[in-house]
Design a binder for this molecule. Sequence first.
Ligand code: SF4
Length: 451
Amino acid sequence: MTSTVRSTVPTPVSPRNPPRRRGTCPGVLAPMEVGDGFLLRVRVPAGVLPAEHARRIAALGAEHGNGLIDLSHRGNLQLRGVPARGLEPVTDALRAMGYVADDAVSEAVRNVLCAPAAGLDGTAPMDARPVARALDARLAGDAALHRLPPKFGWLVCGGGIAHLASSGTDVRFDAVDGERLRVSLGGTLAEAVPLGLCRAEEVADVASALGRAFLELRATLPEPPRRMAGLVAAVGVEPFRARLSPLLLPLPPGERVGVRGTHLMEIFGCAEPPHPDLLPGGKKEHDAWLTVAFPFGRLTCAALSALSDLTHEIRLTPWRALLLVRPAPEAAAQAAALGAILTPADRRLKLTACSGLRGCDVGTTDTHTTALAIADRAGPLLDRVRMVHVSGCAKGCAHPGAADVTLTARDGVYDVALNAKPGAASRHAGLSPDDAVACVAGLSPEELPGA
Ligand code: SF4
């Protein structure tokens, strides 16, 4: 691995380095205490995980954790259920593999999402991996950027089939050809406000200047926004352009600074974004990888270890799925046997659920079991809707926004609401888990306006 993240300072949880609480950003050096023990988020540079490392991480989770791993929407691996006594050996082992930064602060800002098929997809104009790695290293090493808010994110996309057009972030670098990337601020590709172009080798410098500009500009406001979209909404794009113009090249003809969503399909050379949860498989151009997703992005360490035996390299994605690079011929059959989702038509992809009772001390219901029961019993409904969300409480960690059907748990029962956020007023209140599943399975099309 080419990460330049250094790994020297052992910082297990201690009074000076307290565990993170829910709502902040966990890491290896800032484990978060949740219902099933400590959760450790492993940031993998460029999302490229050698199979040998995946096997060793799976072994760590099996030995020291509760044997479960989550795939996050930011393309990270999260080890779950690690007791306090397991933090030091897990941290040491991850450090030996190069996945631990100098300290929790420099680790927390390494939120770089890289297009998962970089270097594999012949339709992509650029291999984004070197750019993502350089950006990751700059964020870790540039102390001035360590004041960025914990969830502040970056994205590097080389385009092609597995592009990240629909992934939202704070700063985007989207390739327009093999040498240049479009720099835009806040949101998905359609939402983000373009600033200009930069050369691939200058992305880290541009990011450094942008991070400083963000910190300076937000400090001028009485209530400093924590995300780029909020800051751009407050101050506009011109202050950024004034600071960044020496580093940027002009946008292509017809595309103007500050005008959202122009030339998107020309840039990406495709008509449709990938499926939001899973790339289509089986076509010739996808033979370089096999996409395997897991319900709610959760898999066992045993499954990760078995998948590692089917490939030499795994790529992490923001779709709660893994790409197995040039997999063994039997990979699809073996992944299916491990419970993986292999097709976008799988109804389990319509379900979103937080950890609930089994992984969060606030949860009072087994959200995953409820969601899987809905997948079994509510097929016709799932064919009509975009998302059914089973939330362990009104906070809605897995999906704070509205879903077509939202089940919100409270004190062991569910309230079922339609086209609503978690905790919204519901028409079916206080249902036992079994009754809630039956309620959802029995919803009529007329009850789903807009679904
Ligand atoms: S939404 Fe789920 S994970 Fe978040 S606090 Fe509530 S029960 Fe816990």
